[in-house]
Design a protein around this ligand. Structure first.
Ligand code: G3P
Ligand code: MG
Length: 252
């Protein structure tokens, strides 16, 4: 019987999809930008290619960030690795590829970043995505570094993460908070609850803490919103743009 994970100490500010306002989301350039800004943690999304390679990617379709037709779940890694996921954001980032999870880990370790790995399964691949991503992460992540946080909207994915890495912290992600949130967090052995910033009310934050979990809110990009959430006891703000939030922290 493995002991449940302890409540995790989260940073006040965590980069979202790298730092999505400042560099193209879910790219190695984004991870490096987060490190350059002095962040210690970064969130990114992990999805499978058709041939089950875990890559950093958010949307089901390739269009928005690569300009190409098609779906990630129907595209082999051989084609994905040649996509340009930077040019849409700014010409300076042209040529930034869709990184494999393996490439991302190399950068995280080199930059001293701790990841919040959001498992983003395409339909029907909730468990498979974890089965591909988590053993790879465990093989690459040094035992003497604090482990990645594994998170997902998918209850099935979080449960699979628990089965494969019971000693690594987990988080459930929600846009709306279900009535049975406490039972869900407990059943999944979550260390954190990642909630949409509009749900970050003081009473709920207090109750989540009482249930033994840390609270993070996404995606917080405005100073006043950040201040309000910190005042309510939210532990961590997941942001595209750390600048305004750092001002909020200084003024707090
Ligand atoms: O993990 C928090 C946040 O990243 C969830 O929303 O759509 O940006 O992945 P999304
Ligand atoms: Mg995400």
């Amino acid at each position: 019987m493995t002991a449940p994970p302890e409540r995790i100490a989260l940073p006040r500010i965590m980069g979202h999809r790298g730092v999505a306002a400042l560099a193209p989301e879910n790219t190695l350039a984004g991870l490096r930008s987060a490190a350059r800004l002095g962040l210690s943690w970064v969130e990114f999304d992990v999805m499978l290619t058709r041939d089950a390679v875990p890559v950093l990617f958010h949307d089901k379709t390739l269009r928005r960030t690569t300009g190409r037709p098609g779906r990630m779940a129907e595209t082999d890694y051989a084609a994905v690795k040649d996509l340009d996921a930077g040019a849409w954001f700014h010409p300076d980032f042209a040529g930034a590829g869709v990184p494999s999870l393996e490439q991302a880990v190399e950068v995280l370790l080199a930059e001293g970043l701790r990841p919040n790995v959001e498992i983003k399964p395409t339909p029907g691949r909730d468990v498979e995505t974890v089965e591909r991503a988590v053993p790879l992460l465990r093989a690459l992540w040094p035992a003497d570094r604090p482990p990645p946080l594994l998170s997902s909207y998918s209850v099935m994915s979080v449960a699979a993460a628990r089965a494969l890495a019971p000693d690594w912290p987990r988080a459930l992600v929600v846009d709306t908070v279900p009535a049975d949130w406490r039972a869900r967090l407990e059943a999944l052995g979550c260390a954190c609850f990642h909630i949409h910033h509009l749900r970050g009310r003081e009473k709920l934050v207090r109750e989540i803490h009482r249930a033994g979990c840390a609270v993070s809110c996404f995606t917080v990009n405005r100073k006043r919103r950040a201040q309000a959430l910190l005042d309510r006891g939210v532990d961590c703000l997941i942001t595209d743009d750390p600048g305004p939030l750092e001002v909020a922290l200084q003024e707090a």
